[in-house]
Structure formats: structure tokens, C-alpha cells
Ligand binder design. Structure first.
Ligand code: PMP
Length: 355
């Protein structure tokens, strides 16, 4: 605390990201990064962008990237003006809260969800209600059919990995015509189903995506949103009142090339899904209860062992996973799906710890 801090800053409770340790050789399964590298075509495009042109500002509209994103949805017929891009989906989400979720009534999101949502509410002075998930850690649609200032949740949810079926998503959209429903599809490519087909029919739907997970570009910081043009215009108004150039030339070129490399995307996402299925089987064999996951991580607890202690014991063996000191989920570990060697190391270490 300092006397120079504004009132706003004094009251902030910032988000705490998973650590990015400087130690080499750690088995890093704590921030849901992709174990496989980005598309070689993206790397090639990034290299091609390094040169004299870096002296010039990038396209403030990132048209090249918006076109690539719109085209990638093929038959859904998304127009570039229905696409918003930002510096990671975290930045997109920040603008979403200010542009579309700050109203008289509280915004609704699950009690167990992405812990950045309440942080944005704190930053922008937005009232919210945390709606409890049921005992199986699922979203109950009926709880969201009340007057509200907006709704946001990840699908699949984080850190649970549980997916809300699209029939329920549609019920939620139809029952909330007066507020914006934001579906954060950060992890949807690992086995969920996108709500993208609803965009044409529901003017209150906004979908948020990231290239950090299924495109393996967490280090480039690119996220985007899809919705009808007036929702996107609201985001552009906030963005152009904040930072005209959130994406640099490298980010625009690399992200566009990654999105166009459909083959690499398919190959790596299938590999992650296959590793997840194997990991779930191995954890179950060790006695873990694993929530059904359609994400690139699993959420698991052991009936006889404390979650915090397991995380600490793994850490001693050079393996880091995420543990949340939060009611209802203290006994759980969130484990990112690594490559085969990383998954083997994790399962071997857990076997030893549990012995
Ligand atoms: N949404 C969810 C649900 C997440 O877990 C994350 C990753 N922390 C993000 C959004 C943000 O991802 P990024 O800013 O890397 O796009």
C-alpha cells in the first residue's frame, strides 16, 4: 500500500496466474499449455514478419487475422465484422466485462469457475452473483433463468473440465433474451461442442476463444470473440478507448497462419485428447475420482489424500500441477494434459506418493 495509490488500486484483488517457474526440467502441468509446439507455418510466418516493417505500427483492425478467423468457421458464415481480436482472451474478457456485462443487475457465473471473472468485476465495479454448481460440479441451467445483468461461464468449465450440453446452452440463451450470455470456449477444441451455430439466431450470444490452448500459442497472446456485429462494435469502442494496437505485427501474422494450418491443429488436438483419456484411466486406477473432462486438463481428487499435500509432494519430485485453496475444491488437483513422457512421469510419481 502506498499513499500514491488511487482508491481503485487500493481496493483491487488481482488475479494470480499459475506460476511460470524459471527452473529447467520441471514437468510443467499447471497452466494448461499445449505440450506440442505451434504450427510450423505459424513459426514461418512469425520469422517472415521480423524486419524493417516492425518500424511501422500494425493494422489497428488486424483485418488479416479477422479474415482468417471468420474463414475458419466455414459453413457458419461468420463475417470479419463479427470478429473481435485482443491480446489474449484475458484482454478480450476484460473488454467484455466493461462493454457488455456492467449493468444494474448482477452478472451471474458459477461459484467454481475461471477465477479471473470476479477480478474483472472488482476492477470495473460490477456486481456479481456466484451461482453454486450442483454436487456433481455441473451448471444447472434453471439457476440462470432469473433476471440478471449478464451471464458468463467457460464451456467446458474451468477448472472442472465439465461440459454443458448445447441443448442446455440454447435454453439459457432463449431464456435470457435481455442480457448477454458469454460462453468462454477456451477449451472447447478438446472434445466439447462450440455454440458457434447459435450466433446467427441469438443476438445475445458472445463466444470468446483463445489461441493459447488448442493452437499452442500461449506465448503470443491472441484471443478473439465472435458475435453479432453490434456486440462486436461495443468491444471495439472499449478497445479503441484503451489501446488501438493490442496485437503487434508478429501476433497478427503468427495467429493467422496458425488458424489456417488446419492439419496441425487437428493432429495436435487429437493427440491431447488421446493422452487425456489414457491419463484419466491411469488416475482412476490409482484410486482418484476424476471429473468427466472435455478439456486439456483433468480435475481429480483422491479419497484418502489431501489435495494440497499431493501437490506439494509432486512438486518435490519436480512436477507442478495447480491446486486451488478454495472452498469445495481444496481436495482437487488440476492437472494439464502433457505429452506421453510427462503423463508417465506424473502417474509414476503419484504411484510412489500413494504407496
Ligand atoms: N478463459 C479461461 C477459462 C482460461 O482458463 C484462460 C487461461 N487462463 C483464459 C480464458 C485466458 O487465456 P488467454 O488469455 O491465454 O487467451
Amino acid at each position: 500500500m502506498s499513499r500514491y495509490w488511487s482508491r481503485v488500486v487500493q481496493g483491487l484483488k488481482p488475479y494470480v496466474p499459475g506460476e511460470q517457474p524459471k527452473l529447467p526440467d520441471l514437468v510443467k502441468l499447471n497452466t494448461n499449455e499445449n505440450p506440442y509446439g505451434p504450427s510450423p507455418l505459424a513459426i514461418h510466418a512469425l520469422r517472415g514478419e521480423i524486419g524493417d516493417a516492425l518500424r511501422l505500427y500494425p493494422d489497428p483492425n488486424a483485418d488479416r487475422l479477422k479474415q482468417a478467423i471468420a474463414a475458419s468457421f466455414g459453413a457458419q458464415c461468420i463475417a470479419p465484422r463479427q470478429v473481435f481480436v485482443g491480446n489474449g482472451s484475458d484482454e478480450v474478457l476484460a473488454h467484455v466485462f466493461l462493454a457488455l456485462l456492467k449493468h444494474e443487475r448482477p452478472v451471474l457465473f458459477p461459484d467454481i469457475t475461471y477465477s479471473f471473472y470476479p477480478v474483472y468485476c472488482g476492477l470495473y465495479g460490477i456486481d456479481y452473483t456466484a451461482v453454486p454448481l450442483n454436487e456433481k460440479f455441473e451448471i444447472r441451467t434453471d439457476d440462470y433463468l432469473v433476471r440478471n445483468g449478464g451471464i458468463i461461464f467457460p464451456n467446458p468449465n474451468a477448472p472442472t473440465g465439465c461440459f454443458l450440453p448445447l441443448s442446455e446452452v440454447e435454453r439459457l440463451l432463449a431464456g435470457n433474451a435481455d442480457s448477454v450470455v458469454v460462453i468462454d470456449e477456451a477449451y472447447v477444441d478438446f472434445g466439447g461442442e462450440s455454440a458457434i451455430a447459435f450466433v446467427a439466431r441469438y443476438p445475445n450470444l458472445l463466444i470468446v476463444r483463445t489461441l493459447s490452448k488448442s493452437h499452442s500459442l500461449a506465448g503470443l497472446r491472441v484471443g478473439f470473440a465472435i458475435g453479432q456485429a453490434d456486440l462486436i462494435e461495443a468491444l471495439e469502442r472499449v478497445k479503441n478507448s484503451f489501446n488501438s494496437y493490442p496485437l503487434g505485427r508478429l501476433a497478427i501474422a503468427g495467429a493467422a497462419a496458425a488458424i489456417e494450418d488446419q492439419a496441425h491443429f487437428e493432429r495436435t488436438r487429437r493427440a491431447v485428447i488421446a493422452s487425456r483419456e489414457a491419463l484419466v484411466r491411469d488416475l482412476a486406477a490409482l484410486g482418484f475420482e476424476v471429473l468427466p473432462s472435455t478439456a486439456n486438463f483433468v480435475f481429480a481428487r483422491h479419497p484418502d489424500r489431501d489435495g494440497g499435500e499431493l501437490a506439494a509432494a509432486l512438486r518435490q519430485r519436480g512436477i507442478i500441477v495447480r491446486h486451488f485453496q478454495q472452498a469445495r475444491i481444496k481436495q482437487f488437483l488440476r492437472i494439464s494434459v502433457g505429452n506421453d513422457a510427462q503423463c508417465r512421469a506424473l502417474v509414476g510419481a503419484l504411484r510412489e506418493i500413494l504407496r
